[in-house]
Design a protein around this ligand. Sequence first.
Ligand SMILES: Cc1cc2nc3c(=O)[nH]c(=O)nc-3n(C[C@H](O)[C@H](O)[C@H](O)COP(=O)(O)OP(=O)(O)OC[C@H]3O[C@@H](n4cnc5c(N)ncnc54)[C@H](O)[C@@H]3O)c2cc1C
Length: 396
Amino acid sequence: MDFRDSPEEAAFRKEIREWLEANIPADWDRSQLSLIPPEDRVDMLRDWQRRLHEGGWAGISWPKEYGGRGATLIEQAIFNQEVARQKAPPPINVIGLGMAGPTIINHGSHEQKNRYLEKILSAEEIWCQGFSEPGAGSDLAGLRSTAILDGDSWIINGQKVWTSLAHVSQWCIFLARTDTTAPKHKGITYFLVDMSSPGIEVRPLRQITGSADFNEMFFTDVRVPRESILGEVNDGWRIAMTTLLHERGTLGFALSVGARVALDELIGLARETKKNGKPAFEDPTIRQRLASLHVEVESLRLNNYRALTGFMKSGMPGPEGSLSKLIWSESMQRLGDLAVEILGPAGMLERWDANPRVNTWQFIHLRSRGHTIEAGTSEILRNIVAERVLGLPKHK
Ligand SMILES: Cc1cc2nc3c(=O)[nH]c(=O)nc-3n(C[C@H](O)[C@H](O)[C@H](O)COP(=O)(O)OP(=O)(O)OC[C@H]3O[C@@H](n4cnc5c(N)ncnc54)[C@H](O)[C@@H]3O)c2cc1C
């Protein structure tokens, strides 16, 4: 297989590079992102996404009629590579772009596509994902939130947890049980819920990084219109699988380039940090760990090409995305651990808001704990890889 750009792809890459160079704000510094106060950060990232959309760079592979660029998945991947390489700001609406939007494209009616997609791209409406509940994370089909039809409305009750971005979202993709007598995978319906509906309470969860990007959500007699469902009543499990495949597959490509960039920076850190009077890079054990990380990041890149090939053939991300997410999350943990070790006591003791060089690595180290839990834990992903990628027998 030839991984080099065709002449058209090279021209596309050049166009993105030039656009990013001309448009990334002059004062932007990715290592400072976690230092920006949360409200300002949301405004700043929303403005950036609006600018991307106006430039025609949001929803690269989405249909043109719904505001996308109508480009190929390869071009989407090239875009992700360039954004990561130039350390451009991330878009604010990651769940809208990576999960809600693709699911609406796959399963929504024409009216729903018209209503929601363009506003996802422009970040006018931010989305969150209300799937997990206390007691229903890995065993998502065990969820207990309910929706009961009452005239022209559904009445929703229940509790969700770990809902990223719920505190700034206008819409939520939400799973609720609509048939309590059916087998657990069969009685679930997929809702598109307006977050301003009365009866929704959002409570932030503070993480070890100091930020509060995740939330608990409590739904008490929340009334939503009858047409707020995506697909058919009680067919929500099948539609949720589309969302999860996109979560692990579509986002994976951008993440792998991010891991490459982080590893290159880590190699730089090892060269410039002294350990026992010599650059840490000369320590054989550190070199060995850097070499292992290089192998992991390369295998991630190649697996992503494999996943992309499957996606282009079938039109849907495949189970290879679970392998990418698994390698990425565990590599990022090893990478963060090694960085903090190279920094020595400063990595643990220096104030994160006083030293940007330390702050980035502390953030990666602490945030990466959650990487092996979110979007499927490592154990669950290993089960998927064993059964659906390698074709091993199902566990009993
Ligand atoms: C940072 C972060 C962001 C998140 N964002 C969102 C979000 O926006 N929206 C959302 O809906 N959810 C979100 N989640 C929730 C996430 O999807 C769940 O935490 C995850 O699916 C695990 O579920 P759980 O926490 O209930 O753990 P459990 O499912 O209770 O798992 C506990 C342990 O048991 C293991 N285990 C469970 N079942 C099996 C099995 N069959 N085989 C082997 N081992 C098993 C797990 O691997 C884990 O180690 C987020 C989580 C985190 C940490």
